[in-house]
Write a protein that binds this ligand. Structure first.
Ligand code: ADP
Length: 399
């Protein structure tokens, strides 16, 4: 079955056409600068050619139209008729407490996604635009919503409740939700499969380290804790996000820098993390170069990042009363051997031994601990689009 996977942002639309039998990407691309001057479609054809098409895309409906045109193109398209696209899977960031798994999109689902918009004001409205645009162009094609929050819905109340008045939870749904759920689900399952563990009788920690980073504890196939919270701002130090911090800093800085809450939150989301500490870059490749060149703040940013990951790994071992495997994924986790090394070398207390040679791996599945290591450490490239395609196929096949 061919499934079109759509990931809509406020000004972009990423897509992949996936054959769910072979699990291969047939064609993919991105519409950039939707609603902004200079919109462009980048399209990777089935034979790997990269095509760029500049055309104004004032709204998401036009973007979807261009995607479908590209996929249908006689010369370098991927299908000869839209009937060959059997279903569409949409990534949706926030499903609140409504969605514990992926669902077939209908009017009630759309209403619930709208109701979660307050919790993800930048993301959910954009996803809804993508869903509506697809419905306009392909009204008969079934569509499925796959939520970043769903996998984490198995957390027990003691893990998701904050130490604040309970009424905030009851009235305003203030609680930990967690994000990157499709990645944590895929990587934890893949880790078990790769290591020959019984997923439903295992303890796995997944470190999703990218520009946005989060970590989760998965016990017996269920997420029991994760580092992101009500929003993706909590937890690890990230590319540009602060992660955990003392909430009193907001008032303190607001007075001293004469900033309102909105401006401070903007800084915490976009100008903090390793970018804020280093004053240089959010990209770990730049930080490594600067660190090797003797830049002390780049060194501090890298070590503070690794230290925060280490603290969470320790905490999640305690939460699960042990761990069988720790996996690294996403841009940094899959590629940055130095960062992995800085974390793993401190896991000696768990009986972990880093295989320095194996740790040279970049973007491939690998075990990076030695054969006698008590806990196995892996690199498992994530694939969120494949999870979306798989879930979509499963749901649509039952119709
Ligand atoms: P997101 O999806 O959150 O935007 P990614 O998972 O794509 O982020 O990760 C992007 C980040 O991965 C980059 O900002 C960069 O810091 C890091 N990265 C990518 N490739 C490498 C590499 N070869 N070495 C070190 N870091 C890398």
């Amino acid at each position: 079955m061919n499934v079109l996977v759509i990931n809509c942002g406020s000004s972009s639309l990423k897509f992949q056409l996936i054959n769910t039998e072979t699990e291969k990407v047939i064609a993919s691309g991105i519409c950039d600068r939707i609603g902004i001057d200079g919109s462009v479609l980048y399209y990777k054809t089935p034979d790997g050619k990269k095509i760029e098409k500049k055309e104004e895309m004032p709204h998401h409906t036009k973007a979807v139209e261009m995607v479908l045109e590209a996929l249908l193109n006689k010369e370098n398209g991927a299908v000869s008729s839209l009937d060959e696209i059997k279903a569409i899977g949409h990534r949706v960031v926030h499903g609140g407490e409504f969605f514990k798994e992926s669902v077939l999109i209908n009017d009630v689902v759309i209403q619930h996604i709208k109701e979660c918009s307050d919790l993800a004001p930048l993301h959910n409205p954009a996803h809804l635009m993508g869903i509506e645009a697809c419905q306009a162009k392909m009204p008969k094609t079934p569509m499925v919503a796959v939520f970043d929050t769903a996998f984490h819905q198995t957390m027990p109340p003691r893990a998701y409740i904050y130490g604040v008045p309970y009424e905030w939870y009851e009235k305003h749904k203030v609680r930990r939700y967690g994000f990157h759920g499709t990645s944590h689900k895929y990587v934890s399952q893949k880790t078990a499969e790769f290591l020959g563990l019984d997923y439903y009788n295992s303890k796995i920690i997944v470190c999703h380290l990218g520009n946005g980073s989060s970590i989760s504890a998965i016990k017996n196939g269920k997420c029991v804790d994760t580092s992101m919270g009500l929003t993706p701002l909590e937890g690890l130090i990230m590319g540009t996000r602060s992660g955990d911090l003392d909430p009193a800093i907001l008032e303190y800085i607001s007075k001293r820098e004469d900033l309102d809450i909105q401006s401070i939150l903007n800084i915490l989301n976009k100008k903090s993390g390793v970018l804020g500490i280093s004053g240089l870059s959010s990209d770990f490749r730049d930080l490594l170069d600067a660190d090797l060149g003797g830049n002390e703040r780049a060194k501090l940013a890298r070590s503070a990042f690794a230290y925060r990951v280490l603290k969470y790994v320790g905490a999640y071992c305690a939460v699960m009363n042990g761990v069988d495997a720790v996996s690294f994924c996403a841009g940094v986790g899959e590629n940055a051997k130095f960062i992995r090394g800085m974390i793993v070398e401190h896991l000696e207390f768990l009986g972990v031994k880093l295989d320095v040679e194996a740790n040279n791996v970049c973007g491939e599945e690998a075990i990076i601990s030695t054969p006698d290591s008590k806990v196995r450490v892996c690199v498992i490239p994530t694939n969120e689009e494949l999870v979306i395609a798989r879930d979509t196929k499963t749901i649509v096949s039952q119709l």
